[in-house]
Design a protein around this ligand. Structure first.
Ligand SMILES: NC(=O)c1ccc[n+]([C@@H]2O[C@H](COP(=O)([O-])OP(=O)(O)OC[C@H]3O[C@@H](n4cnc5c(N)ncnc54)[C@H](O)[C@@H]3O)[C@@H](O)[C@H]2O)c1
Length: 120
């Protein structure tokens, strides 16, 4: 089977901010089934109503049929690859604070822990 014939993996994007949302929309545009997950319900409500207040994507990109947006982490169970794009603010010594990633995502939602690829 050639690479182009292989089924596309299902993707999960955690954190739908300046980075995560364009990534989610780009993959959805390319025909991947994308599950976008965020803890911010107000942000999700805006996106679901077709509005990205940050202007990082065209509002029409939010209409993709292969893009699903959710507050439910269990939806990530169906994803083959999960991309995490949550904040990693730096401290005064310019060290990134990974606690939103480690504590907020990985430990809290074991759906992300096993059997999947993931990246920040
Ligand atoms: N914005 C940039 O220009 C830029 C450039 C290079 C790298 N980065 C890096 O990309 C990462 C994401 O940055 P950003 O600018 O998209 O941040 P952002 O603040 O715009 O978006 C982060 C999103 O993650 C959500 N979130 C926070 N904690 C969460 C959790 N535990 N589970 C699910 N969602 C959660 C927030 O609600 C928010 O919608 C950071 O590590 C940042 O350093 C950003």
């Amino acid at each position: 089977m050639s690479l182009s014939e292989k089924p596309k993996p299902a993707l999960g994007i955690v954190g739908l901010g300046y980075v995560g949302l364009p990534v989610a929309c780009s993959f959805a545009k390319a025909g991947y089934a994308v599950t976008g997950f965020d803890i911010n319900r107000a942000r999700l409500a805006d996106l679901k109503s077709g509005k990205d207040k940050t202007g990082s994507v065209d509002n029409s990109d939010l209409e993709s049929k292969t893009l699903s947006l959710t507050h439910d982490p269990s939806a990530l169970k169906q994803c083959d690859i999960v991309i995490v794009a949550v904040p990693t603010p730096v401290d005064q010594a310019k060290r990134p604070d990974l606690s939103p990633f480690k504590g907020g995502c990985i430990r809290r939602w074991p759906e992300l822990e096993t059997g999947r690829d993931r990246c920040i």
